[in-house]
Design a binder for this molecule. Structure first.
Ligand code: ADP
Length: 591
């Protein structure tokens, strides 16, 4: 409370007021009191003079006598006042301060004394002056004594001013004492009242500061029943409501943040100057910026993309939603779809951008289109041949005994190609869609390799190719589907024989590698250029289309191998050197 300015303002101002009032009161009252005392004494002297006048009036005309002197002296002692009797001509007839008549007679003439001059003129006169006789300041009151209508002399009473002043000072001291005591009481009361007013106000101020700083339950000790008490109660209710409202707000903003952060879509809100008001983590991830650091920054400082800039700057976009797609370029060449919604009625948030990563969607779309084009092309080639041979036969070649069988054999060959193609396509479709059911279990890889080699030996012999397996006698087991493993091996060995010129070598080797089994099909064939290696597992991809077709290839063999290996939780890889040969290695989990 000592630090409360309100307290000091109230206390100091009331104390100063109180002191000013006290001093003014004392000054006025003591001045008035002094006048009153002097007036009372003057009145008393006047009354005493009147009494003495009636007592000595008859003796004034007789001149100074010893009797008169002693009578006056006694009277003076009795009433404690100096009494002087003066003749009309100013001669002193008696004086209560003189011992005997002889000293009275020696006194100088009093005709010029101010009080006597006034009394001679008016009947009574007063003056305050230093007595030449006694040498002290005195208060004089003189009355004219008249006898038979003519002045007979004067009675003069005198009192030393010292005595009057002492009396006045005593009274003034009393007034000051009372005033000081009352002042002290008033100061105490002021302190009490100021503290009573200031304490709840400073308590309320502290509570208001605490509430502003977020402490809603700051203790508030105000128990009065007056307006300040009511204010404190209202304040408490208000801070309780504020606390509840803030908790609600915090909860809903937490929910909003959770939803926004959990979204796969990026969300960016911009204000009317295109500065970022809010951006979620997905938006930062998609456009490559830190959402926390970007808050308040202009979007175009954070994401330098002219398509977004144009979309936002386009005139007429004051409301509604527009959709646009942006290719970000770079290594991944990601494609983002933007929904730009303009909120014309909202000044703090002018625009909301919702971003979707459609890279995968667009890739799948282009794959589908490519696939359809490839399939149509692959189907068209044998069909065109079949159609051409059929037409040739119908146009008379059927009677050409030399060629007709050859033509029919060509038709069969092309039909077989079509059949192979459709089987491969169905196979891929089934594996990809997950409809193909595999009997996954322990497969004796050594047996499968042996039987595959046995089946391809004739073809290898025809090309004078040595087809061997690594002569490791131990048995190797994998965890896969037996038919699938056989299909993988057949495809790889087929290819190896197809793309290896006569007199070459094809080797199939199997070995354990940690938790996997590596199957290597190595040939000494034509090899594959490094630029084609990443694409050989794509559907319908061939390095040399004419050669592949000539060999009856469909362009789907390696794609089937890859899908099968993946279905068995394995991988497939290729390494090659043009003109030297190729190694395909498939890794499958060991059983
Ligand atoms: P294809 O039916 O044409 O053989 P694949 O999918 O099996 O289709 O093979 C794709 C392409 O990969 C082939 O056309 C060929 O150009 C290349 N290729 C596959 N295996 C080999 C290999 N052992 N040596 C050289 N090139 C190969």
């Amino acid at each position: 409370m000592w630090s409360s300015r309100l307290f000091w303002k109230l206390f100091v101002s009331y104390t100063v007021l109180n002191l000013a009032a006290t001093v003014t009161f004392v000054v006025i009252v003591s001045g008035w009191q002094q006048d009153q005392v002097v007036e009372q004494i003057r009145q008393r002297l006047h009354d005493s003079a009147a009494l003495v006048r009636s007592d000595v009036a008859a003796q004034l005309l007789t001149g100074p006598t010893e009797h008169l002197q002693s009578h006056v002296r006694r009277l003076g002692e009795e009433i404690g006042t100096r009494i002087t009797l003066v003749a009309v001509n100013g001669d002193v007839l008696a004086d209560s301060t003189k011992l005997n008549l002889s000293t009275v007679v020696q006194m100088e003439n009093h005709k010029d004394r101010l009080e006597l001059v006034r009394a001679a003129a008016l009947g009574n006169g007063t003056s305050e002056r230093i007595s030449p006789t006694i040498g002290e300041p005195m208060l004089y009151v003189a009355l004219r004594v008249d006898q038979d209508g003519a002045p007979a002399g004067f009675v003069r009473m005198a009192l030393p001013m010292m005595a009057i002043r002492t009396q006045v000072r005593a009274l003034q001291g009393l007034i000051w004492l009372v005033a000081i005591l009352v002042s002290l009481a008033v100061v105490g009361l002021t302190y009490f009242v100021a503290a009573r007013v200031a304490r709840p106000v400073s308590s309320l101020t502290q509570a208001a500061e605490a509430v502003a700083a977020g402490d809603y339950q700051y203790p508030l000790f105000v128990r009065s029943n007056d307006e300040i008490g009511t204010l404190a109660k209202s304040f408490r209710r208000m801070s309780d409501r504020l606390e509840a409202r803030e908790a609600q707000l915090r909860e809903s903003s937490r929910r909003l943040v959770t939803v926004l952060e959990g979204m796969v879509e990026g969300v960016i809100a911009l204000d009317d100057r295109e500065r970022i008001v809010l951006a979620n983590a997905a938006a930062g991830r998609l456009l490559g910026f830190s959402p926390a650091a970007a808050e308040g920054e202009p979007l175009l400082n954070v994401v330098r993309n002219h398509v977004i800039h144009e979309a936002l700057a386009r005139p007429g976009n004051h409301s509604g939603t527009q959709k646009l797609e942006i290719e970000l370029g770079g290594d991944e060449n990601r494609v983002l779809s933007f929904n730009v919604t303009m909120l014309s009625a909202e000044p703090s948030t002018r625009c909301i951008l919702v971003l979707h990563d459609v890279t995968e969607l667009r890739r799948l779309e282009s794959l589908r289109q490519e696939f359809v084009a490839n399939v149509s092309h692959e189907l068209k080639t044998p069909l065109t041949s079949i159609k051409a041979y059929t037409e040739t036969l119908l146009n008379g070649a059927i009677a050409d005994e030399e060629n007709n069988t050859k033509f029919v054999l060509r038709i069969e060959e092309q039909a077989e190609r079509l059949h192979e193609l459709i089987l491969d396509m169905l196979s891929i479709a089934r594996i990809e869609s997950g409809q193909q059911t595999f009997d996954i279990g322990r497969v004796n890889l050594t047996d499968v390799v042996q039987s595959c080699i046995a089946e391809h030996l004739a073809a290898a012999d025809a090309q004078h190719i040595i087809l061997t397996t690594s002569d490791d006698s131990s048995e190797i087991h994998v965890r896969a589907d037996q038919e699938g493993v056989r299909q993988i091996l057949d495809n790889l060995v087929d290819n190896a024989l197809n793309y290896t010129p006569d007199e070459g070598n094809v080797t199939v080797a199997c070995r354990y590698e940690d938790s996997m089994v590596a199957i290597e099909v190595r040939d000494t064939g034509i090899g594959i250029g490094a630029e084609f290696l990443p694409r050989v597992f794509e559907r319908f991809f061939r390095v040399d289309k004419a050669r592949s077709r000539g060999l009856g290839g469909t362009g789907l063999g390696l794609s089937i191998v890859k899908h099968l290996a993946q279905s068995f939780h394995g991988t497939v890889d290729v390494a090659s050197q043009v003109g030297e040969g190729t190694v395909f290695s498939v890794k499958l989990p060991r059983a």
